[in-house]
Design a protein around this ligand. Structure first.
Ligand SMILES: NC(=O)c1ccc[n+]([C@@H]2O[C@H](COP(=O)([O-])OP(=O)(O)OC[C@H]3O[C@@H](n4cnc5c(N)ncnc54)[C@H](O)[C@@H]3O)[C@@H](O)[C@H]2O)c1
Length: 377
């Protein structure tokens, strides 16, 4: 019989629902998985919120106290889906209780917190997985394969963006993402920039130094009732990148990019070709090779299909398409394989800590208006 791994989910907001979608859908997509997730216990801020979540999502039990969840002997994996200021305390408590931890990005408020969590997990020997969802798009593995096979030659440049417009309207209210004590000092950079950095690291390699600029476009936002509050982190950021391997890059992140709904985009230029991906067309990638005969050189569009695992698990036909939440289905499967079959995957807390130190370096660079080296672990 397939092993069961009992999930303790903390939080029942937006991304928690995506995690539940992943757990519940996983079995029909990956029946071969080394384990099945069991929805054991859910925690939220109050008993009532947790009970409502348990009923909606199908968890066996509910609690208004996340500490009880972390200590519960019937929980194998603690799944943290709450705002960043709570990640550290919850993750450290879960690790101390010997639980494996699945945590949402960016992990903690800054590089220091994320590094502390990574070190504790390493000492305790527990496994960790961080929800950098977009790495689960099968086209990431395909782009990596193209690069590793030398299909674009030596990588010389990375241009990446994660721009959205969820706060483009100046009338959009003040939310926890604007509060540096809850979301961290990195605003769009922490929420969105961290995703495109996760992609840059997987496709091009480690980042050595950065030179950035940030801007808060809407200085104050509404609290309702005619009151406003100062926005405490940036709406948009951009930075130049030097990769350890010698390539250069440019990365940007914005939550006020009017008209860009899901612009998680990358272009990787090599000495013999280029790869282009546009997040609003997440089932296709464009590839250019200078090995093509000169009279027909040009970008070709490759649609995701069974040739790009694990797409074939979802549907046997090329270009039938997968969506945002399917990335969480793949992530849930990877979690089961990591914990039950000891099959390494990423990103783990160590990767998340590296990404957070890059965010810190961009903020420092923007404040001091100079290039900054990314701090070592
Ligand atoms: N991977 C992705 O694509 C992605 C997308 C969105 C959010 N996120 C990340 O997920 C995390 C949560 O974001 P969200 O959008 O789901 O937020 P949200 O505001 O929708 O939900 C947060 C949840 O945490 C609960 N919560 C708050 N304090 C709590 C406490 N003390 N104990 C128990 N529960 C508590 C809230 O009641 C709510 O259910 C953040 O780290 C965010 O960066 C990741």
């Amino acid at each position: 019989m397939t092993r069961k791994l009992r999930i303790g989910l903390i939080g029942s907001g937006f991304i928690a629902r995506c995690h539940v979608y992943g757990y519940r859908t996983m079995l029909s997509v990956f029946p071969e998985a080394a384990a099945q997730p069991e929805l054991e216990l859910v925690a939220d801020m109050t008993d009532d919120l947790a009970k409502a979540a348990a009923e909606k999502f199908g968890f066996r039990r509910a609690t208004g106290d996340w500490r009880k969840l972390v200590a519960d002997p019937a929980v194998d994996i603690v799944d943290i889906c709450v705002p960043s200021h709570l990640h550290k305390e919850m993750a450290l408590a879960a690790i101390a209780a010997g639980k494996h931890v699945y945590c949402e990005k960016p992990v903690g408020l800054n590089g220091g917190e994320a590094s502390e969590i990574a070190a504790a997990a390493a000492r305790a020997g527990v496994k960790s997985l961080v929800g950098y969802s977009y790495l689960r798009n099968p086209l990431i593995a395909f782009a990596r394969k193209l690069i590793q096979e030398g299909a674009i030659g030596e990588v010389t440049h990375f241009r990446g963006a994660h721009n959205e417009d969820y706060m483009a309207d100046p009338a959009a209210p003040f939310v926890w993402r604007c509060d540096s004590a809850i979301a961290g000092k990195a605003g769009a950079l922490g929420d969105l920039g961290s995703h495109i950095i996760s992609i840059a690291r997987v496709l091009v390699g480690e980042i050595a130094s950065v030179c950035g600029a940030t801007k808060t476009v809407v200085a104050e936002r509404s609290l309702g009732g005619g009151r406003t509050r100062k926005v405490e982190n940036e709406d948009q950021a951009q930075f130049l990148v030097e990769f350890v391997g010698g390539a250069t890059g440019h990365i940007e992140a914005s939550r006020v990019a009017t008209g860009s709904h899901m612009d998680i985009t990358y272009e990787i230029v090599g000495t013999h070709g280029q790869i282009q991906f546009d997040g609003e067309r997440m089932n296709e990638i464009r590839f250019y090779s200078d090995k093509d005969p000169v009279d027909r050189r040009g970008f070709r569009t490759i649609y995701t299909g069974p040739a790009h695992p694990p797409f074939g698990n979802f549907v046997p036909g090329t270009a039938h398409g997968i969506g945002f939440n399917d990335q969480k289905v793949i992530e849930a499967y990877e979690l089961m394989e990591l914990v039950a079959a000891d099959r390494p995957t990423g990103p783990d807390f160590t990767d998340a800590a590296t990404i957070s130190r890059i965010l810190d370096a961009v903020l420092q660079s923007a404040a001091e208006r100079r290039w900054v080296k990314v701090a070592a672990a």
